[in-house]
Design a protein around this ligand. Sequence first.
Ligand code: HPA
Length: 286
Amino acid sequence: MTATRKPAASDFPRASRAAEFIQSRTRLRPRIGLVLGSGLGAFADELSSATRIPYHKIPGFPRSTVEGHAGQLVIGKLGEIAVAVMQGRVHLYEGYAPREVVFPMRVLGRLGIRAVILTNAAGAINVAYSQGALVVIRDHINLQGANPLAGPNDERFGVRFPDMSQAYWKPYREIALGEAKRLGLGAHEGVYAALSGPSFETPAEIRYLKTIGADLVGMSTVPEVIVARQMGIRVLGISCVTNMAAGILDQPLTHAEVMETGDRVKGQFMALLRAVIPHVAANTGS
Ligand code: HPA
């Protein structure tokens, strides 16, 4: 007997409703989105003319359950540039389905966002990186065992088989590396491997990730990048190395270490975002 499963209803109308709700709360119409990872939420406090909407007020939005993720959408201005900032995200390891994890990115797409900057905390596999370093993501390896596009495709979001050959838009990477250099931050560029977590990796897993070409490891970002690309949104990804990956140093990994390092370098991270955003704003797609 073959199992019959009802195809899941499309998220397009739900995402459109959430976007309309957000637009009813602010007159700003941002074309740039920003997702702030663990411990990096402070950036949203710098915006002027800001409207803050807790995730639980937005129809259909999942709620963040992790310490260090505030869980609100902030629409405001950085200088003259309107931005939509997600202060915190949800992850697969919280128990959310892949399509729920990417629902906020779907909503950003329906809001009219054409470029998104995704930030995260990551462990460094590449030993040339040090704790606190900022790394511009060149490419990713999806090892989460899930793809947010699995299931029926709604062509209103985009094509069934989106291209991922330049998931992280090269001109944005060059801008970010250039601005980091100008600010004396010396950022790197590397490949981000996404695992589902929530346990940190074993040293053997880290050796495996190194062999397959990963420089960084983390538990987020990739699902959002996949749906952003499907919607034709240009992506810039920046990781903060909060710790060396498992087995590189002779010490256990803790979430406290991740938070502490994030806190220590958030000033630099925010300076880089401030410097990059005007260039991204001048180079959004149509
Ligand atoms: N592994 C996975 N995710 C992470 C890490 C790590 O070492 N550090 C911050 N997020």
